[in-house]
Design a protein. Structure first.
Length: 227
């Protein structure tokens, strides 16, 4: 699902559609301490997504290492790596890349279901809600509101490592563009409404991303190149 349709070839992604109880033994002691008092669901998703990440490390030829949550929960990657992780009901994924190949990376997956109206109003700008209405009229089978939410999550995950700052939902204006007749995949553009990060001596004013709807899920990804 989160694969070459969403990500550059330099990125390695590993995904899982369920949890294996035996994976608990694969956690590093430092990671085990993080979820020592967590409920079972939290412990399972925490474990599986890290197993996915270490499998991606292996594909990149990087020795396995603990992945601990840092500021605002952002994963702390081994030196020389960038990555992003996501988990939702029935799905976990990790995407990793060498820091020499990309400046930042963000992925997100969500159940393909409608957002509650109260949530949509809190995350979407008025102009974004207008665009969602038009998209729904053309492709009513797609939950465009959930797709917008996922895109904003991917944008934030790519933003934070570059800035170390919070990006509120209303600080990015996202326009979604379907690229298939069924509306099951496409791209999006996020205009930053606050000063963007500086990458390679150039300030970035927008992020480009891709999305797909499949297997009852919505997945989005943002890859920021070196400029």
């Amino acid at each position: 699902m989160i694969d070459e349709l969403l990500l550059p070839r330099s990125v390695v992604a590993v995904e899982a559609y369920g949890d294996d109880e035996s994976d608990q033994a694969l956690l590093h002691p430092e990671e085990r301490a993080v979820v020592a008092r967590a409920v079972d669901r939290r412990r399972r998703e925490f474990t599986t997504v890290r197993v996915c990440a270490r499998r991606a490390m292996a594909k990149l030829g990087v020795p396995p290492a603990p992945i601990l949550p840092g500021e605002r929960g952002a994963p702390q990657w081994p030196e020389g790596l960038l990555g992003s992780m996501t988990h939702c009901a029935g799905y976990r994924a990790a995407a990793l890349v060498r820091a020499t190949d990309l400046a930042s990376l963000g992925i997100d997956a969500e159940p393909h279901a409608a957002l509650p109206d109260s949530v949509l109003r809190s995350v979407a700008l008025a102009v974004e809600r207008e665009r969602l209405t038009l998209l729904h009229a053309r492709q009513p089978a797609i939950h465009w509101d959930r797709l917008l939410y996922s895109a904003k999550e991917s944008v934030y995950k790519a933003w934070f490592p570059l800035t170390g700052k919070r990006l509120d939902f209303e600080e990015a204006d996202i326009e979604i563009h379907p690229e298939s007749e069924t509306g099951t995949y496409g791209r999006f553009r996020a205009e930053l409404l606050v000063p963007g990060p500086v990458v390679g001596f150039r300030r970035i004013r927008h992020f480009e991303g891709r999305w797909v709807v499949s297997h009852g899920l919505v997945a989005t990804a943002v890859a920021i190149p070196h400029t």
